[in-house]
Design a protein around this ligand. Sequence first.
Ligand code: SF4
Length: 572
Amino acid sequence: MRIATITNATPDSNIYANPVYFWLRSFLDCVHPTNQVQWCSNIWAFKSLDEAVEQTLDTAPEIILLSIFVYNQGETEALIETIRQKTSTVKIILGGPHINGRDPLSNFDSYPEVDAVVYGDGEEAFLGIVKRWEQTGTLLAGINCAVPGEAGTYKRFKWEEWPTFTNYAGALYEEWKLATQECLNVYKNDEFGRIAVQWPTETNRGCPYGCTFCDWNAGLHHKVTIRPIEAVYAEIDAFTEVDGVVLFITDANFFQLKRDEKILEYMNKKKINYKITAWSKLKKDKVYEYFIKNLDRVQEMVEKNYLNGQPGVGRAALQSIKKETLDAINRPEIPWIKHKQYIQEYIKTRHHQIATNAEIINDLPLMTDYDYLWQVLELYDAGIETIGFYNWEFLPNAPVNNSDYLDKWNLTVIDQITVWNLDCIKNTRQPDYSKINYYEMYQSKIVVDRTRKHPNSFGTITHQLLNWCHENKKDFKKEVSMKLDFMLSLNGIIDKQIKNQYTPGGQLLWGLYNPMSKNISEVGTTIQQYFSLYSKNPNILTVKHEQRDAMHELVKQYVPYHKYTKLFKEVS
Ligand code: SF4
């Protein structure tokens, strides 16, 4: 049985490696040591998709494993297409969080060229695939594995049922070092100054909650299975010996388990580079204690550039701070007033340059434009300096994939292309749709307000103002006071452009005409450029907004010197 994997590390602030080979093979070799799999090729990072496919096919695999998630969706679809252009005989098995586990057979409508899909946890699915192939020489459905016409059966993985095994330490350690080197060779030291490869690891798997936007563990179970501590420590030990790696803990709720503090102590003692980003939603006392107590260690990693981008410390994944909205998305969270105090206390003790950051999702139920303004004022008051403001990505395994839920909150799902950079047709503002490619934009489904049918612009503008102020050392309160009318106008201008911006294929193009570069650019960057361009003459209001007066009253509560003029030019 000859198997190949093709995964591309995701170059973001650091290089995010895809662990699928190590996670699957380490389990398989542990529980089925006599397996007959010949791993003929593993590609970890590539810039040329054609070369990656050719290199793989040269090794004559019978099966290629691919892994799909929201941010590599376009690339993986292009991989499938390229493989199929070159051969119809190799079998393609597609796994990853983007495989719909609620309706496994529907994946063959979305990805008709694949021969099998793996949904939910991959370990036992893969073990079953190998055993069935060894017996029959074919791909058959089984645990968490569907083939056309047969859905297979769902089972959650539990570490407690299996012998202890490690992913990177032990037998695969040398291969893991080579894989790291391959990722570094392709993406290190490019213009973004990346120097490290982040390898995902888990100390437990699962989440007891069910936030409606989230597909944790493919959205199919919410129980937590706990990885043996010896395996956790062995992985940490392996990371002490390799340069250019960061252990990326992908637990859903770090500090939820008592032993997490011990794991953290062990990582600090071993001086490995690590990153934790998903904190316990309710044990915020532990989380902020960690932020305060581990400042120096985290600062060290930041200074060495291992924790490029937001390092996890000082990052609050909030999604929204409005209680009614949090209830509507089933989000467990401590009250905002308490959370705000934790952030303020942390800020008082902070003695490094790591900016505080909040993660916010757009278009959540019950959020109005007024609420977005209130939210950003509150976040600033708490001490938040930067905001990651995200459109609501529709994940097929998330609870939002339910028509009753969408109806209840007046939501709809649209196809969208998110643009970083797209040329316009010469001397016009018209996007050149022929230039759309997965390298410079990604295609996904987005949840938005049903009446509007495109992402809310005002939320994006308000949160970008905070980021712009942080970057340009401006006083946020002064700016929001001065620019509120301008922001409302900009909102109208963006809405007008976006709502008509559909590709010939019917996808909404989420990008803005950029007057500086004269192309369609990423929304956040373009909004920030507007702030710079118009900062000298911000009191322009050309579009009426029904919450305008209430917004001015709100700003007055946070900025006592705020005044608003009656200069008001309503456009027809
Ligand atoms: S967002 Fe976090 S708490 Fe909510 S379901 Fe997902 S992993 Fe669990």
